[in-house]
Design a protein around this ligand. Structure first.
Ligand code: SF4
Ligand code: SF4
Length: 126
């Protein structure tokens, strides 16, 4: 499963960012969210939500001794401690804040951001 993004449908409301930290951590703080919406209020007003693409080949893990089942374990984590993964991800798919990296773990199969995005900018794709 992955979450597909449709930029043209995004209103920039920020609900996805808020529900992400709230559902995982119990408080609202966009800095602690695994989805970030880049707002474009001055250009074409096409906002751009960024989040993990759930790559088969996780470039974010390059250089680490992680193989086999351990890879699946990393996928399931919402918080990573390895700050360099932010730079290694080519897709701006995980986000560092205060020494922690926030990464989409798909909410155990029920992504909360997809539920709150009634505009259809975030959709589940198998
Ligand atoms: S909830 Fe949907 S419309 Fe609102 S900012 Fe997130 S992706 Fe965009
Ligand atoms: S963090 Fe980046 S490189 Fe790693 S799986 Fe997600 S999108 Fe791919």
């Amino acid at each position: 499963m992955k979450i597909k993004v449709f930029n043209e449908k995004c209103t920039g409301c920020g609900l996805c960012e808020n529900i992400c930290s709230l559902s995982h951590l119990g408080f609202v703080d966009r800095n602690c969210s695994a989805i970030k919406v880049k707002l474009d209020d001055l250009g074409e007003s096409i906002h751009h939500p960024f989040l993990c693409r759930q790559c088969k080949n996780m470039k974010c893990l390059d250089g680490e001794d992680i193989i086999g089942d351990k890879i699946a374990g990393e996928r399931q984590k919402f918080i990573w401690e390895q700050m360099d993964r932010v730079e290694k991800c080519p897709f701006n798919g995980c986000f560092g804040y205060n020494g922690k990296v926030y990464h989409c773990n798909l909410c155990e199969g029920e992504p909360q951001c997809v539920k709150v995005c009634t505009h259809g900018a975030l959709q589940i794709s198998e």
